[in-house]
Design a protein around this ligand. Structure first.
Ligand code: PNS
Length: 171
């Protein structure tokens, strides 16, 4: 029996992106070789409090991907699947780092699929350079004056330095 095919090659890449890291940027760039369009969706994770406002987070991503075709940035409050249903997308894209990400990602993928049948979550393995990168750790290190240069895009780096009142000549 033939399975019904998805006719959309639009993927939503949701996340807190507080802030976007080079690991996220890598997933978006690699994902855009697979999908016709990627919607980078700044979404709410109720279990996290954020350093940057939703507007700031979207602005970072827009600046980074300015001029890139097929990459759109949006934000959403509420359930991801509610956004998904009105988006024309067929797929949720997520990055996966270590095994420790697996259980959380598996739970979310299954919970999303439980709520709407026509949804698949596709995972890209993190690039090895970004294996240990997380927004949480980057904020912690930056807040304590450590160097995070090279782990986040330049615009994010500048804003982190500004937020934590650190002179921008740190390596
Ligand atoms: O970058 P994160 O924090 O791991 O991203 C998690 C996110 C934002 C994708 C997830 O918390 C989410 O989907 N939030 C929207 C609310 C929702 O739908 N929650 C149920 C998820 S099964």
């Amino acid at each position: 029996m033939m399975q019904e095919k998805f006719n959309s090659k639009i993927a939503i890449y949701p996340g807190s992106f507080d802030p976007i890291t080079n690991g996220h940027v890598d997933i978006i760039k690699r994902g855009s070789r697979i999908f016709d369009e990627i919607i980078v969706l700044v979404a709410q994770n109720p279990s996290k409090s954020s350093l940057f406002s939703v507007d700031e987070r979207c602005q970072f991503i827009r600046e980074i991907f300015q001029g890139y075709e097929g990459i759109r940035v949006d934000c959403h409050e509420g359930l991801l699947i509610d956004y998904f249903k009105n988006s024309g997308a067929s797929t949720i894209l997520r990055g996966m780092r270590a095994l420790s990400d697996f259980e959380y990602e598996f739970q979310m993928a299954l919970m999303n699929r439980r709520q709407t049948k026509n949804i698949e979550t596709v995972f890209l393995m993190s690039g090895y350079r970004w294996f240990y990168t997380s927004s949480k750790l980057i904020k912690e290190v930056a807040s304590l004056g450590g160097s995070v240069r090279g782990l986040v895009p330049e615009n994010v780096h500048n804003k982190l330095m500004e937020k934590f009142n650190i002179k921008n000549n740190r390596k």
